[in-house]
Design a binder for this molecule. Structure first.
Ligand code: CP
Length: 322
């Protein structure tokens, strides 16, 4: 009994500084809140390396994973994160549910909430859907990617991975390469990196760089070979063919020639540059296989860190018992 009480007071201490019911975007977070998530993830990371990969932090709590779009990494890592925190988790996808019969998002969420779910993790193709959901339910809402708006836990795990490798985010030069226009990962990265003091460049074909993006405090380049040698981090984004209506570049081959990271292009970069990619990778387009699987790549570290970040986010957003 005394042990449980002391664990609870330790957990309360860990949550100090977090007052949100939801995590909807990185744009809404302060630098201190981002640091709290990263530091909480740091403390949870070792749990996944134990023989018994479990802590009791969310024992008795129920998390619902609502995915209206495909996912490998995000859905799986939220599920693993919930289980490592001892929560129960239910997985819900639009196919095979009543959403495919026309049930509204609000009705779906209200029905799930009626089963006393504590936190809802949602991925949805519409920008703003997570914020809408958060207004419909009392449960916590975690945005697992909403349209082209944000993917906050991906942004946070990217910050965590850069901080782990470079020991700081302050002054680190990060270049986001590729399809910035359709990328929720780019938006979450830009908000997070700028708040943490990193220098951010976006680089890609002019058709895939949003107008006025400089207003977010980033530099813009259309010539990767010109700026590659200044970068500490290259975060390579997926070409989102499923979101592109029309031709944004002449051909995949030309895109790869101008913006793909090959072994030859990588030789122009700093010797300690790190290569990131949120996945899924289009091998041979955004990255050659040699680069994706090579010594500079931290792509699988990002996946490992994704579990720690999602443990932190579920821990912070799921309400504790009084
Ligand atoms: N990075 C990412 O969101 O991957 P999934 O689409 O597989 O979840």
């Amino acid at each position: 009994m005394t042990e449980i009480r002391s664990q609870k007071s330790e957990d309360r201490e860990k949550k100090k500084g977090w007052v949100r019911k939801d995590l909807l975007s990185i744009e809404e977070l302060s630098k201190e809140e981002i640091e709290l998530v990263l530091n909480t993830a740091d403390s949870f990371k070792e749990v996944s390396a134990r023989d018994v990969k479990k802590v009791p932090a969310l024992r008795g709590k129920t998390i619902a994973n609502l995915f209206f779009e495909s996912s490998t990494r995000t859905r799986t890592s939220f599920e693993i994160a919930a289980k490592r925190l001892s929560a129960d988790i239910i997985n819900f996808s639009s196919s095979g549910s009543s959403a495919s019969k026309g049930e509204s998002l609000k009705d779906t969420a209200k029905n799930i909430e009626a089963m006393h779910v504590d936190t809802i993790v949602m991925r949805h193709p519409s920008s703003g859907s997570a914020e809408y959901l958060s207004k419909c339910v009392k449960a916590g809402v975690v945005n697992a990617g909403d349209g082209i708006h944000e993917h906050p836990t991906q942004g946070l795990l990217d910050l965590f991975t850069i901080r782990e490798r470079k020991k700081t985010l302050e002054g680190v030069r990060v270049c986001l390469v590729g399809d910035i226009l359709h990328s929720r990962v780019a938006r979450s990265n830009i908000w997070g990196l700028k708040k943490m003091g990193a220098r951010v460049t976006v680089c890609g074909p002019p058709t895939l760089i949003p107008a006025k993006i400089e207003e977010l405090g980033v530099e813009v380049s259309y010539d990767l070979d010109k700026i590659i040698q200044e970068q500490d981090v290259l975060n390579i984004l997926r070409i989102q063919l499923e979101r592109q209506r029309g031709a944004f570049f002449p051909s995949i081959r030309e895109y790869a020639a101008e913006y793909g990271i090959s072994k030859e292009r990588l030789r122009k970069a700093k010797p300690d540059v790190i290569i990131m990619h949120p996945g899924p990778i289009n091998r041979g387009v955004e990255l050659s296989s040699e680069v994706a699987d090579g010594a500079h790549s931290v792509i699988l570290d990002q996946v490992t860190n994704g579990v720690a970040i999602r443990m932190a986010v579920l821990f912070l957003t799921t309400a504790m018992d009084k």
